[in-house]
Design a protein around this ligand. Sequence first.
Ligand code: VG1
Ligand code: CO
Length: 543
Amino acid sequence: MPILTLPTTPYPDQKPGTSGLRKKVTVFAQKHYLENFVQALFDVLPDAKGLTLVLGGDGRFYNRVAVQTILRMAAAKGYARVLVGQGGILSTPAVSAVIRATAASGGIVLSASHNPGGPDGDFGIKYNIANGGPAPEKITDAVFARSKEVREIRTSDHADISLDVLGSTTIDGMEVTVIDPVAQYAELMRKLFDFDAIRKLFASGFRLRYDAMNAVGGPYAKAILEGELGAPAGTVVNGTPLEDFGGLHPDPNPVNAEDLIAHMFAADAPDMGAASDGDADRNMVVGRKFVVSPSDSLAVMAAHATLVPGYRAGIAGVARSMPTSTAADRVAKALGVPCFETPTGWKFFGNLLDADKVTLCGEESYGTGSSHVREKDGLWAVLFWINLVAASGKSVEALVRELWTAHGRCVYSRHDYEAIPTDKADTLMAGLRAQLATLPGTTVAGCDIAFADDFAYTDPVDGSTSSKQGIRIGLKDGSRVVFRLSGTGTEGATLRVYLERHEPDASRHDIEAQTALQPLVQLADAVAQIRVITGMDQPSVMT
Ligand code: VG1
Ligand code: CO
């Protein structure tokens, strides 16, 4: 058999972050950098005899090279079969759907998600397990440990195969099947949503603008919205995946998707706007002249889930990442179902979903999903909202305002301070940790502090623990400020400051979020010394 064993030298920096290993393309392009990580993964995984692996990525620069490399290494590992998306393309939720539908043993997602792409941009790799979700920390920790010891790479010497033609071929006895990236996913969406009602809605003149940000969501949105649901051609814009996302930063928030926001605030704005990110697992939903916060989006979905066929029987519970606003908690309480608070990152939702403890999950970072897969899912969330509009006859804005009327408004914002030198970011976090014991009971910048802690999580299903997941400062009036460092960036450190204040008074629901949150901004700076330590007067991005 033409299986080669190549000597290699370990890299010290292959620690997966919030969602897989993300580095600059220039880092991945170093000799054997990708191979070392894949070998470390394969060394940690059990024997692959008879097993199926799913493989695909968001189409960014280096995707095709990486697919070919991994196919050769998968053959050496001994997989029976690899299912690879045509053109090397599969969105993150589609990988999850295909793993589940084909009973594959796992999958490899090639994406740096919302990070910029192109030769000077970022690349990423992530392993998903048999439930379709991101590998838990037990596995990612083992892979990191192994990556520091890996001395040999096992690979086939087979030539590149064609990724563009559907069908099967073999690499050293391993079957490689190039699959339609959309088919399996579309079938799942048909089962969950009322396609007839949505078709009627579009036929009645409902106008949607879906901005795929030149990323992998385009083919899925075009096939389903325009191809099946009768949305007019042109509904999906920036719908062709480009290796550099056409220079866009494929992170759907009002700052990066400014073109969509401009359309949604124009005189002839469509009824609904939506955007998805690099790997199509995030979503932004926008009403006509009305921006929906992701935390509110999760709460609205939970409140009205029974209007959607796939959730007709009701939801078992909701889970949200710790920094996500408490809007979903309020809805869950009213519904009489549990709401779980997990650390940031989708991998923490997997056990809760597998154990049927929750049906819907969400993060403040424009991510929502459900038990249908084990990833967040951008187009799914958009279809959910369209289904809600179709079934309720209400606009996006009306649905959010109803939530506020029923439960008060959780005024919310995230302030990101990007590219801080790592040592300064560590100093800032250490400074906060040093104050945790003394802050409660004090008044800082006019805010009465009730508690301060470093969020730790014990998984209610397997008992595993994760500590140091973010500093929380809670006020007597229920407001919160949360601080954590990003685990997806590739340049220095990014400090995220999450601000939440509950506003029960309906006459104040239209107050501008940044204005309403000013006292918390002052508090954040007073306790964390953000301006002094970082030298930054303003956040880089406010969403
Ligand atoms: C960010 C978000 C987090 C999300 C993660 C992956 O992580 O805050 O909520 O799960 O990105 O999303 P961090 O560590 O940078 O805050 V994606 O769409 O980039 O896979
Ligand atoms: Co993403």
